[in-house]
Design a protein around this ligand. Structure first.
Ligand SMILES: *Cc1c(COP(=O)(O)O)cnc(C)c1O
Length: 406
């Protein structure tokens, strides 16, 4: 019995909607399915303006273009992230400044951000790793104080939330007040000025392999976002009848996906609640079994040989990923091998530290980022996809139980 790491899920309606898209007679982007998908996000999460893109990387590139950076402007990003987070801003001539991860989970340590700010800093890019929120109250208040933009890399964060204790007028609930009373639940991707989601086949839902979404929460950027999306033309305004001819008005590229991709995505969006419920059931099964195993091993040996994924009080879990943190690289390598050799279970590590990788090492200022390096060495991801069954998760946990932790 082979258990792959990921397998894209089909709801059954994808081909049907793709067929409809083809026979609608409009194959290029911004047709009916694109509009349906965009409206879905705007209505369900209250995002101001949504534009489908051909990838999450593209959505990040649009964000970077909208930030209107000058050469030498600085952008603070975590080092523990996918490379697109950095590339999007480097392409605009910006300098990336790497933040370390937190001790408790791989997200950027919001408490260290302020020490990285210089007069050239323009943007902070929190990445919601594994769909678990960064501490957005802290990040947004730093941004406000220093007049910076916030771009959320919400590539992994569909249908996930942050519990904010900020009041409507932007101030924090004073410590005397019951913070719960003041709490508001905000969807990830709806907090920063701009945000990017990914619908790559490895994410919770996919647009047929590749796809993404730009979210514009700050209205100032809407007009320019539409222009950049459509090769620097004001075509959107023209189609709305707001201008009587369209021209070449700005920078841009071709960021919009074809209708068949939007049609595929629509089938997945219609089933989002079902997809999320199943993934969360699998995630919870992993969590229960493995935290029990960890406790038992700690009783025997005095220390737990691995730590569990961390979801802070202020965050929700969208079951994008199930990971464990091993004690060191050797043990992680051995565990991955053990899983492969027993039942052919595919577990995988994740990011290498960006700040020490080939293309970035001489762009980095040399600061040590020990937490990021630790996750690069010790984090292991277990199979997580819709078509996985509870019995598979139980089997995987049994195989982990059979591993001899030192
Ligand atoms: C997947 C991912 C991206 C890139 O998305 P694509 O759709 O593959 O281009 C960017 N950032 C993070 C954190 C991701 O996980």
């Amino acid at each position: 019995m082979r258990i792959p790491f990921n397998k894209p899920h089909l709801t059954g309606k994808e081909a049907h909607y793709m067929y409809q898209a083809v026979y609608n007679g409009k194959l290029s982007g911004n047709g009916e399915f694109t509009k349906k998908c965009q409206r879905f996000f705007e209505e369900r999460y209250g995002f101001k303006k949504c534009l489908l893109t051909t990838s999450g990387t593209d959505a990040l590139e649009m964000c970077a273009m909208l930030c209107d950076l000058k050469p030498g402007d600085e952008v603070i990003i975590p080092s523990y992230t996918f490379v697109s987070t950095a590339l999007a801003f480097l392409r605009e001539g910006a300098k990336v400044v790497f933040a370390d991860s937190m001790k408790r989970n791989p997200n950027m340590d919001a408490e260290t951000i302020e020490s990285l700010i210089t007069p050239r800093t323009k943007v902070i890019v929190p990445v919601h790793y594994a769909g678990v929120a960064c501490d957005m109250d802290v990040i947004m208040s730093i941004a406000q104080k220093h007049n910076l933009l916030v771009v959320e890399d919400a590539a992994q964060a569909i249908d996930s939330y942050y519990i904010s204790h900020r009041c409507c007028d932007g101030r924090f609930a004073p410590s005397g007040e019951n913070p719960r009373k003041e709490a508001t639940i905000l969807p990830l991707g709806g907090i920063g000025h701009l945000a990017a989601f990914s619908f790559h086949e490895t994410k919770n839902i996919t647009a047929g392999g590749e796809g993404g979404l730009l979210v514009v929460n700050d209205e100032r950027f809407i007009r320019r976002a539409e222009i950049i999306w459509e090769k620097g033309t004001n075509r959107a305004e023209f189609f709305r009848g707001a201008v009587n001819k369209y021209g070449w008005v700005d920078m841009g590229s071709s960021f919009l996906p074809a209708e068949i991709n939007a049609a595929f995505l629509w089938a997945q969006l219609e089933n989002l609640d079902d997809i999320q419920a199943k993934r969360k059931a699998l995630w919870n099964c992993y969590y229960e079994r493995l935290s029990l195993l960890g406790k038992n091993l700690r009783k025997e040996a005095g220390v737990a040989p691995f730590s569990m994924p961390d979801v802070p009080d202020y965050a929700s879990n969208n079951a994008h990923m199930f990971y464990l943190i091993c004690r060191n690289l050797e043990e992680r390598t051995a565990l991955i091998k053990h899983l492969k050799e027993n039942n052919d279970i595919l577990a995988v590590f994740h990011y290498l530290s960006l700040h020490s990788s080939a293309y970035y090492v001489d762009k980095h200022d040399g600061r040590a980022l020990p937490e990021c390096d630790r996750y690069a060495d010790t984090l292991v991801r277990l199979p997580m996809f819709y078509d996985l069954e509870i019995e598979d998760v139980e089997k995987i946990c049994e195989v982990i139980k059979g591993f001899s932790f030192n």
